[in-house]
Design a protein around this ligand. Structure first.
Ligand code: SF4
Ligand code: SF4
Length: 438
């Protein structure tokens, strides 16, 4: 890259146009409390533990004084950079804080592009409603930027992004800001406005673009950064991946919590329910056991006779095995939905929420090949333009696997917990083992 976009925080309105248009994962962004930014800087950039303690104690003082300056600047429509305001407050501090510590803090703060003046949804409006609560917005141009200039075009008259020659000095500043941003927590909900990260479906469509302020959504597609931007494919894939992540992840977590609850119920009530079923309806008990053996234990065969042979060959299945097995499968599936972490570098948050399939082409090339494949989703290379066939097979396999390890076990657990297992019929057995409606 020969030119890089330079972010001019004072001009930014947080319209998100650049962030939605960028084909790469090159404009990570967030809104934060002023105190969070200060705390992160102090904890990670001030070397003396004693000075750190004193500076942390002084945060409310810096925050309050800085806030007054920020409000006055907004009121007067004056462009007063955030870093300068902080520098002034930190320099004026006493409390026996060493000059070295003040320099360490102001040096990192000077490298951070932070907006507050023209981002009313983050600072002015919140501050007006709840004094002391208004925050700051920042965009970091990351080293994944390929210098295509699309963001600058989108920003247009806002003039908050300008293409400038790529220099060592600029890269030092951008990299420092990027490293700092990784130390921050994710954007709190209060800065996401009418986009609700816990239930995106209830968000205002106009606020949906704010889903890209949440790190897990922004980083939903991490491969292909730097790829040719010619046909615009990369921007579309990134949009599909980030929106799917934002909508599906809360559902995955809700499901995980539901499964944990059912596993706990099976543990406490399952044995009693099973004993009652055995005593009251022995045929239903046998059918329930057979269904468990078929699906959970994997003893299902080619046909009924084959299944019966395989179950007989396995030997007696005890009630403890049924209860323990159901609980283990539910707990494992809950873990997979909320805790599973397939790759290094991001927090555990559950398994992938989507898969992609395509004919051989750009995305399969820039996606590279396993095991160095950077896709966080299952990926394969299909040669003869048969992408739709391969994708359909992928989808079928995922559905089948999901039905076996997730849907059918949960339904069996539900039958036992609610007592409806006494009504289990051969149709239920067929549906559960053949997954006709999953
Ligand atoms: S120049 Fe291109 S790749 Fe870089 S941040 Fe802007 S849109 Fe993204
Ligand atoms: S940099 Fe420009 S396009 Fe991006 S959010 Fe700010 S004003 Fe909008």
């Amino acid at each position: 890259r020969r030119e890089t976009p330079l972010y001019i925080a004072e001009n930014c309105t947080q319209c998100m146009e650049c962030i939605t248009a960028c084909p790469d994962t090159a404009l990570p962004n967030t809104a934060q409390d002023v105190s969070t930014v200060l705390k992160t800087a102090i904890n990670n950039y001030v070397s003396s533990p004693d000075d750190r303690k004193k500076l942390i104690a002084a945060i409310p003082e810096i925050d309050a004084a800085a806030r007054e300056k920020m409000k006055a600047a907004v009121e007067a429509k004056q462009s007063l950079p955030f870093n300068g305001i902080i520098r002034e407050q930190v320099t004026a501090l006493n409390h026996g804080i060493s000059q070295k510590a003040k320099d360490e803090l102001t040096t990192i703060m000077d490298l951070l592009p932070i907006a507050y003046g023209n981002v009313p949804a983050i600072f002015r409006s919140i501050e007006k409603k709840s004094p002391g609560e208004g925050g700051v917005f920042m965009i970091q141009v990351s080293d994944l930027c390929k210098g295509c200039g699309e963001c600058v075009e989108q920003c247009g008259d806002h003039d908050a992004l300008r293409m400038v020659p790529d220099t060592e000095e600029l890269n030092y500043k951008l990299t420092s800001a990027q490293i700092f941003s990784r130390l921050l927590p994710d954007t709190p909900q209060k800065y996401l406005g009418l986009y609700d990260d816990n239930s995106p479906q209830n968000s205002r469509p106009a606020a949906l673009r704010n889903h890209l302020m949440v790190r897990r959504n922004y980083e939903a597609l991490v491969s292909g950064d730097g790829a040719c931007a010619g046909c615009g494919e990369k921007s579309i894939l990134r949009a599909v991946a980030s929106v799917t992540e934002s909508y599906m992840r809360p559902l995955y977590h809700q499901k995980a919590n539901r499964l944990y609850e059912k596993a706990a119920q099976i543990k406490t009530e399952g044995a009693k329910q099973l004993a009652a079923l055995k005593a009251e309806k022995p045929e239903a008990y046998e059918l329930f056991k057979r269904t468990f053996a078929h699906i959970i234990m994997g003893l299902g065969g080619e046909d009924d006779a084959d299944t019966a042979k395989r179950i007989a060959a396995h030997g007696e299945i005890s009630d403890d095995e049924i209860i323990g097995g159901l609980g283990a499968v539910l707990n494992q599936d809950a873990f997979n939905h909320i805790k599973f972490q397939a790759t290094d570098g991001r927090l555990d948050n559950g398994l992938s929420v989507m898969a992609m399939g395509a004919s051989t082409g750009c995305n399969t090339v820039y996606g590279s090949t396993p095991p160095s494949n950077p896709h966080p989703y299952p990926w394969m290379n299909s040669l003869f333009q048969d992408g739709s066939t391969i994708s359909w097979l992928l989808a079928e396999s995922l559905l089948l696997n999901h039905a076996r390890r997730s849907v059918a076990p949960e339904r069996l657990a539900e039958m036992l917990i609610t007592g409806s297992a006494k009504d289990i019929s051969s149709t239920d057995y067929w549906d559960l083992t053949h997954l006709t409606e999953t």
